[in-house]
Design a protein around this ligand. Sequence first.
Ligand code: GAL
Length: 619
Amino acid sequence: MYFGVDYYPEHWDKNRWEIDAKLMSEANINVVRLAEFSWSKLEVSDNQFDFSWLDEAIGVLSKYDIKIVLGTPTAAAPKWLMNKINAYPVDIHGIQKGFGTRRHYCPNNSEYQFYSKRIVCEMVKHYKDNKNVIAWQIDNEFGGRCFCDNCKKEFQEWLKNKYKNIDNLNSAWGTVFWSQEYDNFNDVIIPSYPANEGFPASPYNHNPSLVLDYYRFCSDSIVKYQKMQIDEIKKYTDQPVTHNLMGHCGELDYFDLGKDLDFVSWDCYPCDMWSSHHYLDVSMAHDLMRGIKNKNFWVMEQQSGPCGWQHFGKTPEPNQIRLWTYQSIAHGADAILYFRWRACSFGIEQYWYGVLDHDGIPRRRYKEIQKIGKELKEYGDLLEGSQNINDIAIIKSYDNLWSHTAQKHNWQFDYTNYLMSWYFGFAKNNVGIDVTSNNADFSKYKIVCLPAFNLVSKEFADKCKFYVENGGTIILTFRSGIKNEDNSMTEQILPGYFRELAGVTVEEFDSLRDGITNEIKGKFGHGKAKIWCDVVSTDTAELISEYADRFYKNTPAITVNHYGKGKVYYIACDLDDDAMYRLCSYIIANESIEPIIDEKIDGVEAIKRIKNNDEYYFA
Ligand code: GAL
């Protein structure tokens, strides 16, 4: 199993490299990621390449049998290049970003693409036969959206390709509303300068159909930029290619981004300057990373010290790094690399501590990592490649995320948090969960949970029907089936394409605010809604729970419909955490899903992995 660190030899004097390599090797480290962000050292001026320092660093590390993942350096373009081309991105308010941080480029800039391709090409030609290089990482943590004039032009092309003629676009977006009709694609705007993105509410935000297509376009632009680099690498070598993703980040469609990668890796910071994340929040991010390709992944940056840019999060306590490491492995990590080997004494990340402190002296965290390395030397190969085989899938959709972000329904509603409340409900019952895409093969699951799946096509509804007819169980919730894929409301009776499956009709709804809540009581126990209640009547569904309050008192809050050989639950309202836990217990029991371990202890997570018929249990 690969066990390593993210290392930036260019930040230290050469005579330190050997000491570092020796310390790494004594900590059982066998892989490092190098070169990410080092463009100015690799291409010192236009077309003048210098790989000598990197060769030397790789040489020193190789003496200690340490393998290399090479990062392409395109997340931090050098000044000479940015002086030459106008590739700085423009933000939503029209302000152009300048030099001096990172990610200061527009992915649609053709000149930037040219220079990116050239540095990648030179790197791969130089390292393709180096036996110590085992994989490539493209760029760093893709994200963000650009609103420059060039993106506008590219967006218009993207729209032409999608809608073929302008009438189709006008009708899909409903541009007749407020005289927004376009005569040709060259007139179409990009959604910059909204009054407010989402909240507080305003009529001066853009058409939600335009916003959704623009977000899709921005995501596609990054996927295309990444593919350009991957294709360049693949011309010369078969070494696998990855990118370091960011867990719950919602700025681009990770399922699309993952398609061109050989494996997914991600950067896991359970306790950063923003918060100490709940352990299940981290677990869910791991499960999503596994769900992108339905395949094991790497943790390319595992937190290894206290960290923050301007202020710190909490210092990891003794054995906490070890706990995080095993949590990653439990959820499908086949390799762990810690960020970073040694804290850097300059730059914006000088507060970002790693395995070693600024003085380079091995202390508590080094010793802990050394111990993990020793354990993984013994058990790593047993665990590597083992599978998390789960009965439950929670479906995440970036289109749905972006639609819910453009219009929140209720100011307290947050799609990512709502998905998380389902994840927590199931996970606290000690059952394993896959977090994956609506394009996944549903037939391998007993339960497919589609929280707030609002954008629905007939094809997707048919896929769901087929799955349920053949014995699957689907969980649908409020705010499902209300829109088409263009982000416009359906004119069907709600929940639209899901109505026959759910066996209910949504007659009206109650968006809760002003501190108003509603009690729910029924077969699974009781609970409280505080965001949203659909008022439903049953067509063919049976009642599980009903509302105890409001003008729709005693009407259904939770139902189940038998359809074909399967079942569809309809959850008409949000629920507090305890109720969610109880509802998940009720559903799991009804669907005969066995918990991984029976005993449920608050704060203890149970995960099972399987390899060659052997079962590995993690608590
Ligand atoms: C990650 C990033 C690293 C480093 C780290 C600590 O998000 O990939 O390059 O910035 O955070 O800030």
